[in-house]
Every structure is written in structure tokens, then in C-alpha cells.
Write a protein that binds this ligand. Structure first.
Ligand SMILES: [Zn+2]
Length: 99
């Protein structure tokens, strides 16, 4: 069984960054709301991530953070303090796609 924090540490960030890549490549503004199918090609696993507690994800607008339906439970909410670490990951992903 995966750690409960997989939701906040990995999945929500993956969705968040997939959204940013989608917006960049498709010239979408901050208010645009992508669908699951829009984002799957931008996920490293090419698979929609699933919440370890079977929550459902709300993608939301490009400028907003995605949320899990278990958002009130610890480990199911994005921690913006993680962002500097994962920003590097986004740059790497962008570079890889540009090749
Ligand atoms: Zn969750």
C-alpha cells in the first residue's frame, strides 16, 4: 500500500505541473480548465494518478491548485512549501519535451 502522503506529495503536484505544461503548449490562460484527457499526455506515467484513499481529483483552473476530495484529511492537500523542490522537476520536464 502506498503512503497516504502520495496524494499530496506526488499526485497533486503531478496534476498541477501537467496543467502548467498543457497551458504552455496549448497557449491557455490562467482561467482555462483542462480535462483529465487533456492532461494525461503530460503526466510522466501517461496515466491518471489515483488517490491512495480513493479520493477524486478536481483539476480546476490553470492558476489554481488541484484538490483531492479528501482535502480535509492530512496528506491530501497540496503543500505550497513543496513548490520550490518540484519547480525544478517542471523545468526538467519542459526541457525533455522540447528535445
Ligand atoms: Zn487524496
Amino acid at each position: 500500500m502506498r503512503r497516504p502522503s502520495a496524494c499530496s506529495d506526488a499526485n497533486l503536484w503531478a496534476i498541477h505541473y501537467a496543467k502548467q505544461l498543457w497551458a504552455t503548449e496549448n497557449r491557455k490562460g490562467p482561467a482555462a480548465v483542462p480535462t483529465e484527457a487533456d492532461l494525461v499526455p503530460y503526466l510522466r506515467s501517461s496515466q491518471w494518478p489515483s488517490c491512495p484513499a480513493l479520493g477524486t481529483y478536481t483539476i480546476g483552473a490553470v492558476a489554481a491548485y488541484p484538490t483531492c476530495s479528501h482535502g480535509a484529511v492530512q496528506g491530501h492537500t497540496l503543500k505550497p512549501s513543496f513548490e520550490p523542490k518540484t519547480r525544478r522537476l517542471l523545468e526538467e520536464m519542459k526541457k525533455r519535451r522540447a528535445r
